[in-house]
Design a protein around this ligand. Sequence first.
Ligand code: OXD
Ligand code: MN
Length: 590
Amino acid sequence: MATAAHMLTPLPRLSRTVAEWVESVRELTQPRAIQWCEGTEAEARELTAQLLKNGELKALNEQHFPGCHLARSAPNDVARVEHLTYICTRSPEDAGPNNNWMDPQQAHAKLRELFRGCMRERTLYVIPYCMGPIDSPLSRCGVEITDSPYVVLNMLIMTRAGRAALERIAQNGSFVRGLHSTGELDPERRFIMHFPEELSIESFGSGYGGNALLGKKCHALRIASWQARTEGWLAEHMLIVGLQNPSGETHYVACAFPSGCGKTNLAMLIPPGSLPGWRVFTVGDDIAWLHPGADGRLWAINPEAGLFGVVPGTNPDTNRNAYEMIRRDTLFTNVALTADNQPWWEGLTTGKPVLDWQGRRYDPARGPAAHPNSRFTVSARRNPAWSPHSEDACGVPISALVFGGRRREVAPLVYEARDWQHGVLVGASVASETTAAAVGQVGVTRRDPMAMKPFCGYNFGDYWQHWLSVGARLARPPRIYQVNWFRRDAQGKFLWPGYGENLRVLAWMLGRCAGKAGAVESAIGWLPGPQDLDLRGLNVGPEALAALLTVDPGLWRKELAEIREYLSSYGNRLPAALLTELKNTEQRLA
Ligand code: OXD
Ligand code: MN
């Protein structure tokens, strides 16, 4: 059993501020023991053994899924809770209309009562972690205190956690404080609170990834976006992928898509056989921290060390890399099980479920066998396409930024912004259909600027202004694109095959960056002509292609009116430059 004796002896000398904070949380929460996480494999093994023993984890078929485990969450705790997520700044205007706001004093008082005594009979775990390569000046550290060993196991995979992070904190003195308790998992007593002005997070009542692994959405996006604004960089909901062309040159692209729109698949894309010579390397699949470099380019690191991805849909045909990656040493949450104890999910073409994600006998009448937001947690190094440059302290240089959404109509397959300022409008205008990654109705179209609607830790108006300022500092800014892999025909059939075939669109972008690929000007930006895309071996007819590359003036007039209405809701915080860009687009369309 963990005891206070597990405490590393040199700790108080290493970081007095961390030790003092832990002591104050101990007084408030009254745990029976404290365990400082060292980040060793032995520690992960010990925790796993403990969870297997008490039934919170289940070992999976050792022959087919060696080292894999299944966790089942409470049925009412399976996704992010945007309606219970708050940004607590002194002024409500600083949180903006894009966030729920609560006064910081009031939020602290509310949470203090929830945290009071909540860890009695539980162990308090202290997880020092570093977001980004441990030796990178672009990385930032945090400490999460939690009473959930499942959270610890996930954080050990998702971050660089343990002693090295603690040493870094001791050296530079600053860290993000994240306090988490699963409480009673009662949705009525569940809050995810952020205090950007204090660089702290308080999360109570949920054990779900995005609500509980505080290094991820809470720190690396909401708090980091605020830090990034004060320090002159960008924290974004973006994958980072390296594309090596047939001549052997690698270029990096960062792409923002809302949750559940295929970021992980794009980050580890398998090039189609008909495009020989391309190779793809994953740097990150969910979050990018982007810094202007001394050379005038934008440089990116992935703050995470693991992947917390959506399982359903993953199979050897859609994404062999992802499928291979999760066949060993993977923690599954809320998938179904086959008779021989293999994990099962919708989209797998082999095996069949006998137990659903809640552990009940599978009955199709009750819905899918695996929860639509069931997840895998796995080390980034398990990815066959993992890029060793993920560890580069200076990051990787970005040639193109891509914004995307899930839209049945309106948004074409791809278009290029005219310049950075126009690109900020393009990113700010993204709309997408909601998915199961957050609690709420699925399939409702909403504005999701830069795929950051749930994650921007401050007023979107100020955020767009910050984007404009960062662009102004870049002598060699990346080109900016918008894509939509999800266009459908009148029968509801997808017009574009997606997955590996998306490389054709990325290759066009890189051709544009190299000044080699052609494009046709439209009111909303530059689109490829059918001859500008490499379509060798692709089974998409000319009519579908024409539909994918059409900008319908009627639909776009309506779209621009909606964008105007949306942007106007940011009042005087909306940068005038965005209104100018919008006006110019409206005029070009007229
Ligand atoms: C995620 C999300 O888990 O965006 O990455 O919800
Ligand atoms: Mn995400």
